[in-house]
Design a protein around this ligand. Structure first.
Ligand code: PMP
Length: 359
C-alpha cells in the first residue's frame, strides 16, 4: 500500500497513525466486542470517549471552565445561522468583516435574523488583503463582531486579534489547532471538523458561558447552544464515530508536542512553499505578505493554459487535490497538521521539475 500526498482543503488528510489506530479498534473497541459506532451514545463507553475528547481539546487549546465545548452536527455552515440566532437578540445588530467567500456566506445567513453591518470588506482587492483595523466602521452596542480568521479559499489569515467592545465570534474552520490561540480573546469559536479536527460530520463550538441563554424565540432546539450545553452535546444523537476519531486526533496532537510544536512545523512548511512561489516567475500568490495563510496556499501558473497539465502530472507524481477552488481557479495546496513536511518537500520538488519542463 502506498498512501499518496493529499492537499485537499477538506475533508482533508488525517494522521496516518490515527487511521491505523481506528482500524485496529474498528471491530472490537477496547474489548467491548463491538465497534464504537455500534454503541448507544449514552453508553458509558461513548460518554467516556466524548469526555476524554473534550478534556484533551481543553488542554490543547487552554480552554477554561468559563467556556462550554459543544460537539454538534451540521458543519460550520449551520453555525452561520446558529450564531445570529443565539447572539443577536430581537432587533439586535451584529458587525461582520468580509474577507472572502466564507465571510460572505456567514453574512448572508445572518441577514435573515437581524441587522447586519458589514463593518469592513476587502472585496475591492479581490480578497487579497485584510482591511486594517482602523478602517472598520463598528456599531455601538453591537451584539458581536464576526470574522473569519482564515479564509480557506482565498488563503488569507489574520495574525492579530482585533480589539473591540463586542464579543468576537470567529469561524476557525480552517485554522483551528494549527497554532496556539488565546481562547479568552473570543466570545465564540466554531469550526467544522474536516480539516484539522477529524472527519466530516462533527462541528465544534467553544462558547463563553455568559453568552448562553440569549437565543431568539424562533431558534430551533437543535441550533440552541444552551440546549446543547445543558445536555452535554447529547440532546440528540451526536456523530459518535466522528467524535471518537477527533479524540484520536487530539491525542495525536498531544504526542506531537501540542499546538506550539504544530505551529513551528506549520510555519516551516508554509515558509518554504511561499518561498518557492515567490522565487519563480512561473508561480504566483496574490495575498499580501502579512496575511498569507499557513494552512491554505493558493497559487497560479503564469500560463493558465498549463493548469490541466500541472494537475495531471501532479496526480501522476502522487500529489493529489491541488486544484484551486472553482470560484478562483489556479491551484491550492492545503497543508493542514496532518500534511507532513515531507509532503510539502515533495510538492516543491515537483513544482521545480514542472517549471523546468514547461517554463
Ligand atoms: N467556513 C470555512 C472557513 C470553511 O473553510 C468551510 C468549509 N470549507 C466552511 C465554513 C463550511 O463548512 P461546512 O462544510 O462544515 O459547513
Amino acid at each position: 500500500m502506498t498512501r499518496k500526498y493529499n492537499f485537499c482543503a477538506g475533508p482533508a488528510a488525517l494522521p496516518e497513525a490515527v487511521l491505523e489506530k481506528a482500524r485496529d479498534e474498528m471491530l472490537d473497541w477496547h474489548g467491548a466486542g463491538l465497534s464504537i459506532m455500534e454503541m448507544s451514545h449514552r453508553s458509558p463507553e461513548v460518554v467516556s470517549v466524548a469526555e476524554r475528547a473534550e478534556a484533551t481539546l481543553r488542554e490543547l487549546m487552554g480552554i477554561s471552565d468559563d467556556y462550554a465545548v459543544l460537539f454538534l452536527q451540521g458543519g460550520a455552515s449551520t453555525q452561520f445561522s446558529a450564531v445570529p440566532l443565539n447572539l443577536m437578540g430581537d432587533n439586535g445588530t451584529a458587525d461582520y468583516i468580509n474577507t472572502g467567500q466564507w465571510s460572505k456566506k456567514a453574512i448572508a445567513e445572518a441577514k435573515r435574523y437581524g441587522n447586519v453591518n458589514v463593518a469592513a470588506s476587502s472585496e475591492d482587492t479581490n480578497f487579497a488583503t485584510i482591511p486594517p483595523r482602523d478602517s472598520w466602521h463598528l456599531t455601538d452596542g453591537a451584539a458581536y463582531l464576526h470574522y473569519t480568521p482564515n479564509e480557506t479559499i482565498g488563503g488569507v489569515e489574520y495574525f492579530w486579534v482585533p480589539e473591540t467592545a463586542a464579543p468576537l465570534v470567529v469561524d476557525m474552520s480552517s485554522t483551528i489547532l494549527s497554532r496556539p490561540v488565546s481562547v479568552d480573546d473570543y466570545g465564540v469559536i466554531y469550526a467544522g471538523a474536516q480539516k484539522n479536527i477529524g472527519p466530516a460530520g462533527l462541528t465544534i463550538v467553544i462558547v463563553r458561558r455568559e453568552l448562553l441563554g440569549n437565543a431568539q424565540a424562533v431558534c430551533p432546539a437543535m441550533l440552541n447552544w444552551q440546549t446543547a450545553a445543558d445536555n452535554d452535546s447529547m440532546y440528540n444523537t451526536p456523530p459518535t464515530f466522528a467524535l471518537y476519531l477527533a479524540g484520536l486526533v487530539f491525542d495525536w496532537l498531544q504526542e506531537q508536542g501540542g499546538l506550539t510544536a504544530m505551529e513551528a512545523v506549520n510555519r516551516r512548511k508554509a515558509e518554504k512553499l511561499y518561498a518557492e512561489i515567490d522565487g519563480s516567475d512561473f508561480y504566483a500568490n496574490p495575498v499580501e505578505l502579512q496575511s498569507r495563510s499557513l494552512m491554505n496556499v493558493p497559487f497560479t501558473l503564469a500560463d493558465a493554459g498549463l493548469d490541466k497539465q500541472f494537475l495531471a502530472d501532479a496526480d501522476e507524481a502522487g500529489l493529489l487535490n491541488l486544484k484551486g477552488h472553482r470560484s478562483v481557479g489556479g491551484m491550492r495546496a492545503s497543508i493542514y497538521n496532518a500534511v507532513g513536511e515531507d509532503a510539502v518537500d515533495a510538492l516543491i520538488t515537483f513544482m521545480q521539475d514542472f517549471e523546468q519542463r514547461n517554463g
